[in-house]
Every structure is written in C-alpha cells, then in structure tokens.
Design a protein around this ligand. Structure first.
Ligand code: BES
Ligand code: ZN
Ligand code: ZN
Length: 500
C-alpha cells in the first residue's frame, strides 16, 4: 500500500475519503474540526449537538457531502477518541484501522486521516500505518467466491507541524510491523492439514530468506541427539515429524549484545492439539489449530526485527509439533527425560505445550540466551481468569516482567501478572520423577503451566506469556477482522527497542 504525509491543508487532501478523530465533549469550534465542519455544511456540529455522536472510543459516524474545490473527497468519518488526556499513539492505530476498514467497505481507494495527536510524529505515523495494514487482514484465503475483493490503495496522514521525513520514516516502520503482525495472523489461521510442523518450518525458512535472517531447522534425529525427550514425547503420536525452528538475527558488525546479552523469543508451535491420549471433547476442538499462535508470534516478530534492524541480537525458537493420539503416542504415566536432564512424569497428554517448551527454553539458554520470553496458548485457565482482554504474564525477574507490561501499554496490548513461587512449584513434584506435567485439578492452572516451564530455565531472566485468551478474537471489531490477532508481536518489538 502506498502511503504519504500530507503537507498542505487537510480538508484539501485529494483522496476519496477523509477521517478525523473527535474527542469526548468536543465542539468543532476551531482549527481542523471547524474547517471540516464548514466543508460538510455544518454536519459535524449537528451530529454532536443532536447527541448522535459523542466522541467515545469505539464510536464512529459517517458524514457524506458534495466534493468541493480541488479535492474529490465526498465522505468524512468521525472517529471517537474518548478522553483527550488518555489518547495515545496506540489509539491512533485503532483510529486509522477503523477508517481504513470502514472506507474499504464503501469502495474507497484512498483515505486521509488526521489523528490529532501531538508528540513524536514518527511514532504516531508508525502506529497509524500499523493500524491501516492490520485492518485489511481477512480470513477468506480459502474462499473461491464471496472473497473480499475491495482494496485500499493509498493512505495519507496529516500531522500538524511534523517534519515530512519523520512521517515517512514512521509510515515505513509501521508498514513493516503491520505486515509482520499479519504474517503471524496468516500462520495462525492456516488449517492444520496444511500447516503441519514441516510446513511451518518451510514458511519460516522462506520468510528468513526474504528478509535476511539465519534459519536452522532441527529435525527429530537432531533433537534426539540433543536429548529433547520431553518435546519428542508429544510428537510420537503424530505422523507429522516435529521441527525445532531456530531463527537468528545478528546486527551488522556485532555478534553479541551489551555484556554478551542475548534475548530469546520462544514459542509454542502446536500445529494442532487433539489432547493426545487425554483426548479433548469434539466440541470446540477445531479451535486448536491456533495452538501454534505463540510460535507464529515469534516468527512474525523475527520478520519485523530483520526489517527494522535493531542494534541487539535476537534468537527465535519455535517448537513446531502436532499433538495426536496415534499408536505410538505418550500415555498418561509415561516418564520422559528433557534435555536439561530433568525427568517428567506425563499425567495428562493434553498439557503438551509445557512439554515442548521445556526443551525449547533449555535450548535457547544453551545457545547463550540471557533473557527468555516464551509465549504460548498454554492454558484454558487463563481464559477463565482474564478473558480475551489481558494476556497472563509470569516470570522469574520482576524487571523483565515490568518492562513487558510497560511495552504492552505502549503497544496497546494488555498484560496482567500472576504470581509464581516455590509453593506453586511444590505442586508439580512427582512421586516417581522430578516433576509432573499437571498440578491438582482446578487449582492455579495458568501458574502451574508457568512454574513447569521455569524448571527448564537455569540462570536466564525469563518471562512467560499465556496468550490462550488473547491470540484469537471471536468477534470482529471496527478496526480488525475476527480470528487471529497476532498478539505479542508489537509488545516484543517495543521490548527489543527498550533493550538496545
Ligand atoms: N492448548 C491448550 C490450552 C487451551 C485450552 C487453549 C482451551 C484454549 C482453549 C493446552 O494444550 C491444554 O490443553 N491445556 C490444558 C492443561 C490441563 C490438561 C492441565 C487445559 O488448559 O485444559
Ligand atoms: Zn493441550
Ligand atoms: Zn495445547
């Protein structure tokens, strides 16, 4: 998609459609709102005065008018900005997405937005473009008819007093990030007969080649040699061989970060989770194609990192495995040995995410990771606790957890911390092995998942993101389709920015 900063007057922008943010209790008394009110023959004042449009977040109002002057624009979207004091760059992404999605529906090809936020123009432009790109994602890849054939071709952004170079820079970064979020969403949306571990690895490899990342795929024989008995126990019941996808970003001229620091992003890539021998009920099982969303977030984040070129190295590790109940599948009561030497009693084969992550985080640390962030659709319990509003976050290092929560706020993604402690770790002590893969029924399910993974982290600072509730949206929003959300990608990119 083409994008540009507007240098002239906003109401004169020669586009099909205009969009502007209007705050709560605002009147079109001066500046750009007053100009647009004139352009539309007083319609802004009238929808506000009548109470039709209040400027709350999530609200929008379409106004049609006769084109005037040199511009061909004949419609204006008012987008509720809510309280002006709480309005941030992340809200600009939502406003831009709302405008782009609404206008594409009405066959507009070009859209101009005035987000009306003062501050870092590059940051604002980045958020706007991100919102535009992610708003265009659709679920219709496999439809042969009724496909969405409407496309927006260009986006123009108006930021008063901004340097054109800052806007240009921000728009380009926003495009890279938005497309990477969509890349993650595309992977998560693929049906599991098409996206099995081998295909997930192939897509990662193809992407790596395109953007210039190193990519190594470890097959089962390699993983066997490395002693990854925990990960491999999950793939035994499947015809599809497991793959460990390893992506490496190294900044030009460097091999290590500050003081030898290395950030690792580790993802659960269960391409389908039947539950294995502890099989899931038929109803709702189809949702489990998204059980590789953590892995997809790692791959999408690494893509964006390759394009944005931060100054620190980043390692991406994805455990791509299918959890099936084949004849060779793990049984409840099996004992396996992970690559760090710990033994695990498998008491429920449906708690497979932690089994594959155990070997994946241990591998990341062996590769020199000093900080590990893992992400996984790990537990149903996190959905009960936090719904689809907050991602659950836990970790062994409060500073890292706080940094991620802060980055989430900037990125417009919400995190809520749950505790981990020795008392919880005691709950996974096994009678016959070092640990068992479940705790007592109905107790602290999300935390139990986290403390299990913690057993396989040695000295690294570690945070675990349980994205089971936030990786999939059951309903469409004005700024994005329903389905895979690509959650965590934007937060992790902020984290990389902060650590460099
Ligand atoms: N992939 C699921 C988590 C999940 C469940 C996500 C439901 C979304 C909706 C995970 O592998 C799983 O099955 N977890 C079990 C763990 C339990 C057996 C301790 C769960 O949450 O029920
Ligand atoms: Zn499971
Ligand atoms: Zn799972």
């Amino acid at each position: 998609m083409k994008s540009q900063g507007i240098t002239g007057n906003f109401p004169d922008a020669n586009v099909d459609a205009l969009a502007v943010v209007v705050f709560k209790d605002e009147k079109p008394a001066e500046g750009i709102l007053s100009e647009l009110n004139q352009l539309t023959g007083g319609q802004i004042a009238s929808v506000i005065d009548s109470g039709e449009f209040k400027g709350e977040t999530g609200e929008s109002q379409l106004i049609r008018f006769a084109p005037q002057g040199k511009s061909k624009a004949n419609r204006l979207l008012l987008i509720g900005g809510g309280d002006r004091s709480e309005y941030k760059p992340a809200n600009v992404a939502i406003a831009a997405g709302t405008a782009a999605r609404t206008f594409r529906q009405s066959n507009a090809k070009s859209v101009a937005l005035a987000p009306r936020l003062d501050g870092d123009a590059a940051e604002i432009a980045q958020n706007a473009m991100q919102g535009v790109i992610t708003s265009q994602f659709e679920l219709d890849k496999y439809k042969t008819k009724d496909k969405n054939d409407k496309a927006l071709n260009s986006f123009a952004l108006y930021i008063e007093g901004a340097k054109p170079a800052d806007i240009k820079n921000g728009l380009a970064r926003g495009q890279a990030i938005g497309e990477s979020v969509n890349f993650t969403r595309e992977l998560a949306n693929e049906p599991p007969n098409i996206l099995h571990p081998t295909e997930m690895a192939r897509r990662a490899q193809e992407m790596a080649k395109e953007v210039g990342l190193k990519c190594e795929i470890l097959d089962e024989a390699r993983m066997e040699k490395l002693g990854m008995g925990s990960l491999l126990s999950v793939s035994k019941g499947s015809e599809q061989p497991a793959k460990l996808i390893v992506l490496r970003y190294t900044p030009a001229g460097k091999t290590n970060g500050k003081g030898g620091d290395l950030l690792a992003l580790v993802g659960k890539g269960i391409t389908f989770d039947t539950g294995g021998i502890s099989i899931k009920p038929a109803e709702g099982m189809e949702a489990m194609k998204y059980d590789m969303s953590g892995g997809a977030a790692v791959i999408g984040t690494m893509r964006a990192i390759a394009l944005l070129k931060p100054s620190i190295p980043v390692l991406g590790v994805v455990a791509a495995v299918e959890n099936m109940p084949g004849g060779a599948a793990s049984r409840p009561s099996d004992v396996v040995t992970a690559s760090n030497g710990k033994t695990v009693e498998i008491l429920n084969t449906d708690a497979e995410g932690r089994l594959v992550l155990a070997d994946a985080v241990a591998y990341a640390e062996k590769q020199g990771a000093t900080r590990i962030v893992d992400m996984a659709t790990l537990t149903g319990a996190v959905i009960v606790a936090l719904g689809d509003i907050n991602t659950g976050i836990m970790g062994n290092d409060q500073e890292l957890v706080d940094q991620i929560i802060e980055c989430g706020k900037e990125a417009g993604e919400n995190y809520w911390q749950l505790p981990v402690s020795k008392d919880y770790s005691k709950m996974i002590k096994s009678d016959i092995a070092d640990v068992k893969n479940i705790g007592p029924r109905g107790k602290a399910g999300t935390i139990i998942g986290a403390v299990f993974i913690q057993e396989f982290v040695d000295k690294a600072k570690w945070a675990h993101l349980d994205i089971a509730g936030t990786a999939w949206a059951d309903a469409a929003k004005p700024h994005q389709s329903k389905g895979p959300t690509g959650v965590a990608v934007k937060t992790l990119l902020k984290l990389v920015d902060r650590l460099q």
